[in-house]
Design a protein around this ligand. Structure first.
Ligand code: CTP
Length: 403
């Protein structure tokens, strides 16, 4: 694939050397377009040697080839890392005063911007408005990571690790493969992560689900050509090309799922069955003596069962195909499979993915073991395996059942 790697003037420019290596080593043709400021951090010789191509920052080099138009027109993917506040502002306003900003105006392919800057600059209303404008226009602006910045300060604004940016771009890179993939033409909706039910402005009731399995399912479905909507409570970076709908509570998740017109819905989220009956407007204080009858207690009320609602609404129609998850532990009554069978009979989804949870198992881990259950056949066990391998096995099973 023909990739343009834009580099704006921030200290994180050095990390883009690794990103460039990842692109070239996986067989892509990369043209690096740094800004003049970027060359203050990493010189043209480095970009040129790593990409195997000449490197220009201005529109005045090789003018006979009209590079300010050609580079953007021919690109199949443009990635700018780091994208500074200045670069985001120029992109949002259509300024074109160097080769990179010209390229952004002429590109007709997907554009990924990976911002990096100090927290104050990132949270500044001007930057946030520019990011919102760019996203509205379909530009894929990745949220920066949180952590140590250039000086002693920390906060959101760090360039995500090159490997994470590469992974994010992977679904664009695999575009050709996707167009005739086994899920092409299907709209797949996946929920991921544990819901958070607020108690007061600072506290919530939550659970240990990280969302990793749901994100792996989204990446796998996108690779297979599906249009993917990921409804999630997790702060993980969504795979490129996946439509992310952030939610917090079970009721928000239910509402977001209800709005979708889906061929397949995968309820991988760990949805809280209960929420606090009331949410305090101000932080609940601890100024009560032990045994004080006025000390706060938490009354819980039932949350909607999203999956049960979907099964009910579907009635006798065959779509959407519904996949449920069952986080189970064995007990005196029976093992994980016993409880999972009972849950499948209760939930009446098309496929149930059961996994064993507990100390050091599944939640937050990169690997797990799952049993795939359908009403009329033997359980199939996958793992222990990486969550991406499990995701592939789940889609293989779903694809067998889809018309
Ligand atoms: N689920 C849901 N809405 C809820 C609770 C669960 O949609 N309020 C979905 C989950 O996303 C999962 C499946 O139902 O796909 C099973 O979730 P689980 O918590 O294992 O089952 P419960 O129905 O809550 O049963 P129990 O807690 O009694 O085991």
């Amino acid at each position: 694939m023909r990739i343009v790697l834009g580099v704006a003037g921030g200290i994180a420019a050095y990390k883009s050397c690794t990103l460039l290596r990842r692109f070239t080593e996986s067989g892509h043709d990369v043209t690096v377009v740094p800004t003049a400021a970027a060359l203050q951090f990493v010189g043209a010789a480095t970009w040129s040697a790593l990409s195997g191509k000449p490197v220009h920052t201005e529109v005045w080099d090789d003018v006979h080839q009209v590079p300010h138009v050609r580079i953007g027109q021919q690109a199949e993917l443009v990635v700018v890392a780091p994208a500074t506040a200045d670069l985001l502002a120029k992109a949002a306003h259509g300024l074109a005063d160097d080769l990179l900003t010209n390229t952004l105006l002429t590109a007709r392919c997907p554009v990924v911007l990976a911002p990096a800057m100090h927290t104050e600059m990132w949270t500044n209303a001007a930057t946030q408005t520019n990011v919102a404008t760019l996203r509205e226009r379909g530009v894929d602006v990745i949220d920066p990571a949180s952590g140590r910045l250039t000086g002693a300060d920390t906060g959101p604004g760090r360039l995500p690790e090159p490997e994470d940016i590469f992974e994010h771009c992977r679904s664009y890179l695999d575009a050709a493969e996707r167009a005739d993939g086994p899920l092409a033409g299907k709209h797949v909706v996946i929920t991921a992560g544990g819901t958070r039910e607020p108690l007061d402005p600072v506290r919530f009731l939550g659970n240990r689900s990280s969302g990793k399995q749901g994100f792996a399912l989204a990446a796998s479905a996108a690779k297979r050509g599906a249009r993917v909507t990921l409804i999630s409570t997790s702060s993980l970076i969504a795979p490129g090309g996946v439509d992310l709908v952030p939610v917090e509570t079970a009721r928000q998740m239910e509402e977001a799922v209800r709005r979708q017109d889906a061929d397949v819905i995968v309820m991988a989220a760990a949805v809280a069955d209960f929420r606090p009956a009331s949410v305090a407007n101000a932080k609940i204080k601890k100024g009560f003596a032990a045994g004080d009858p006025d000390a706060p207690t938490v009354e819980l009320v039932r949350n909607p069962d999203i999956l049960a609602g979907l099964v009910e609404r579907r009635g006798s129609a065959t779509t959407p195909y519904l996949v449920g998850f069952a986080a189970e532990t064995g007990d005196a009554e029976g093992d994980v499979l016993h409880h999972a069978r009972a849950k499948l009979a209760r939930k009446k989804c098309d496929l149930l993915v059961a996994n064993e949870v507990g100390e050091g198992l599944t939640f937050g881990q990169d690997t797990s073991t799952v049993h795939l259950l359908r009403a009329d056949s033997e359980a199939v066990t996958i793992g222990p395996a990486d969550k991406s391998v499990i995701a592939d096995a789940i889609w293989d099973a779903v694809q067998q059942d889809l018309p």
